[in-house]
Every structure is written in C-alpha cells, then in structure tokens.
Design a protein around this ligand. Structure first.
Ligand code: RB5
Length: 149
C-alpha cells in the first residue's frame, strides 16, 4: 500500500506522527509537504496530494490541517477525489465502505494523536462495499462531469 501525505503548518505535528506510525507498520509513504512550521497555504498541499491520488499513483491520501476543513474542501475540487474529514472511527470506516473515500482528512487541533492514529488505521483497513453505494458514488462523478469544462 502506498500513501501520499500532505499538511499545512497547522497539521505538521500530526502528519509527522502519522508518517512515523505508517512507516513502523511497513507501509510506503510519500510526504508532499509542508515540511516546516512556517505559515503556509493549505490548498497548495491539498492539490499536490489530490492530483497524485486522482492519477492513481497512490492507494490513498492523508491530509492534515488545523481543522481538516480547508484542506478537505480544497482536495475535493480535484475530479476523482473523494476526501472525507473524519474525527471518529465510525466515520472513518463508513466513508470507505459507503463513499469509497480515497483521501482521509484530519484536524490536528480537533483530534488527539491517539485517536487520529486509530482513525487512520480504521480508514486504511476498511473496504468499499460497492452495490447500492457504487450507484451513489457514480452519481458524485456525474456531478463532477456536469461542472467540469
Ligand atoms: C491555519 O491557521 C488554519 O486555518 C488551517 O490549518 C485550517 O484549519 C483551515 O481550514
């Protein structure tokens, strides 16, 4: 499994903890920045990870900002991306099972590190259920097509 990660300054510490955790499990990761605590703009890092995930260069993306909101909104502008902001493990497996989410977004200022790691593990181990959910995910793609140039 290959995971692309990105964050802004508000998500740096949590992103680094997630990278350490994934590497300890032998999971391949690539860090698309930011790499310092200097103030920066989350859409830039959302775009880097979202484009890689949409191109299927990675199995999943993980994005972290202060709330997880700005970085998930930004990622969801890239066609093919379904970024889900999760603050609990139920949402983390449900969004894989029902929405086939391909990016997990987290808020470093919202969830503690222990819970965040559990959310990551839950998200990565859950599987899309297909069936009726497939029809609904296809309808998301139809909305994207309707509004893409
Ligand atoms: C940065 O201060 C903060 O606005 C950002 O990390 C994020 O929470 C935005 O949604």
């Amino acid at each position: 499994m290959k995971i692309a990660l990105g964050c802004d300054h508000g998500g740096l510490n949590l992103k680094n903890a997630i990278i350490k955790h994934l590497e300890s499990k032998g999971i391949e990761v690539k860090d698309f920045g930011t790499y310092t605590s200097d103030s920066c703009d989350y859409p830039e890092y959302a775009l880097r990870v979202a484009e890689e995930v949409a191109a299927k260069n990675f199995d999943f993306g993980i994005l972290v900002c202060g709330t997880g909101i700005g970085i998930s909104i930004s990622a969801n502008k890239v066609p093919g991306v379904r970024a889900a902001l999760c603050s609990d493990t139920f949402s983390a497996h449900a969004t894989r099972e029902h929405n086939n989410a391909n990016i997990l977004a987290l808020g470093e200022r919202v969830v503690g590190q222990g819970l965040a790691i559990d959310i990551v593990d839950t998200f990565l181990s859950a599987e899309f259920e297909g069936g009726r959910h497939e029809n609904r995910v296809n309808k998301i793609s139809e909305i994207e097509k309707k509004y893409s140039k």
